[in-house]
Design a protein around this ligand. Structure first.
Ligand code: CMX
Length: 138
C-alpha cells in the first residue's frame, strides 16, 4: 500500500467550543470548518497545520464511539489517519496481512473523504484510519 502523509490526527474532547478556543487562542491555529458526522455521532472541528489536519471530536450521543472512548480513557488522541492512494487496496492488503478491519468497505467521513478504520487491538493501541480524497482527483 502507499501512504502519502498523515491526513489528520483525531482528538476526543468533551467540549468542542472550549477546545476550539484553546487551539485558536493559545496555539494560534484557525478553525476552518465545523461539521457534524451523524453516522459517527460526532461534531468535528478542523484545523490545518502544513499538510496535516487536526480534527477535534465531540460526541453527539452517549453511546457513540467518542463518548465511549472518553468514558473509558478520558480526553486525548483518539485516532491517526493516513492518506492513501487507493483505500480498497490498502484495506485488502491490511486484512490479507492479518489486521482486523473495523470497516471492510470505505464509507463517507468528514469533508467528503472515503474513510475506513483498522482495529486498535491489531495496531499497537492506535485506532488507525485510512482516507482517500477522491473528489480532488482528476
Ligand atoms: N484508540 C485506542 N484504543 C481504543 C480506542 C481508540 N480510539 N477505542 C477503544 N479502544 C480500546 C478500548 O479501550 C478497549 O481496550 P481494552 O479491551 O483493553 O479495554 C478495546 O479498544 C475494545 O474496546 P471495546 O469496548 O470492545 O470496543 P468499543 O465498543 O469501545 O469500540 C472501536 C472500539 C475502536 C471498535 C470503535 O470505537 C470504532 O468502531 N471506532 C471507529 C469509528 C470511530 O471511532 N468514529 C469516530 C471518529 C469519526 C471521525 O473521525 O469522523
Amino acid at each position: 500500500m502507499e501512504l502519502t502523509h498523515i491526513e489528520h490526527i483525531g482528538i476526543a474532547v468533551k467540549d468542542l467550543e472550549a477546545a476550539i478556543a484553546y487551539y485558536e487562542n493559545i496555539l494560534g491555529l484557525k478553525c476552518y470548518a465545523v461539521e457534524e458526522v451523524k453516522d459517527q455521532k460526532v461534531k468535528t472541528a478542523f484545523f490545518k497545520i502544513g499538510q496535516t489536519k487536526i480534527e477535534l471530536l465531540e460526541s453527539t450521543a452517549s453511546d457513540g464511539p467518542v463518548a465511549k472512548f472518553i468514558e473509558k480513557r478520558g480526553e486525548g488522541i483518539h485516532h491517526m489517519a493516513f492518506a492513501v492512494n487507493n483505500i480498497e487496496n490498502a484495506l485488502a492488503e491490511a486484512e490479507q496481512k492479518g489486521v482486523r478491519l473495523i470497516d471492510k468497505q470505505p464509507r463517507k467521513g468528514a469533508e467528503g473523504l472515503d474513510i475506513a478504520f483498522l482495529h486498535p487491538k491489531n495496531t499497537f493501541g492506535v485506532l488507525t484510519e485510512f482516507c482517500e480524497d477522491r473528489k480532488n482527483k482528476s
